[in-house]
Design a protein around this ligand. Sequence first.
Ligand SMILES: C[S@@+](CC[C@H](N)C(=O)[O-])C[C@H]1O[C@@H](n2cnc3c(N)ncnc32)[C@H](O)[C@@H]1O
Length: 163
Amino acid sequence: MTGGGSSIPEVQNLLAALVASKPGGKIAELGTAFGAGARAIADALPPDATFVTVESDPARYTEACAALAETRAEVVNACWEDVLPGRGPFDLVFFDGGTRERPLELPISLLAPGGILIKDDLTPGRPIEGDPVREAFFQDQRLVAVELLTTAATAAIVAVRRP
Ligand SMILES: C[S@@+](CC[C@H](N)C(=O)[O-])C[C@H]1O[C@@H](n2cnc3c(N)ncnc32)[C@H](O)[C@@H]1O
């Protein structure tokens, strides 16, 4: 499925800060779109870390390749479900493609112990109960999750896989 625009600058700053805390880490982005979030990740990537980003839409993939040409990002044109299992475990996963129709099981399986899973584009101030995305993050005993305001009107969830 294709859809969704680029991440906002506040989310890109959050990604950059978390990525910078992962020396030697393996980083993955599920859903590259045009490469905006990937650029923030790539620019913050520690020297010994690796980064793969996966986009299913061919036109978006082509744009992202151009935007990321000068970086160490590996850009892949595929459904992430088909190419990332077997390449993990990852120390940080930005879960940003196919998030509505996918349960969390596969993204969690990509995480190393202590690995971080990030989901943006939430509307703040809503209860966990009755919200499938929040329930998946906050009621899964494998995760320790926190919801953060990224602007006054947007929020993100940062979850760590328990070691
Ligand atoms: C919200 S956009 C991504 C924004 C990007 N991460 C950023 O920070 O700018 C979601 C993207 O995920 C892609 N997508 C959706 N399902 C996917 C899947 N199963 N595998 C790979 N990409 C997918 C869509 O084509 C779309 O470009």
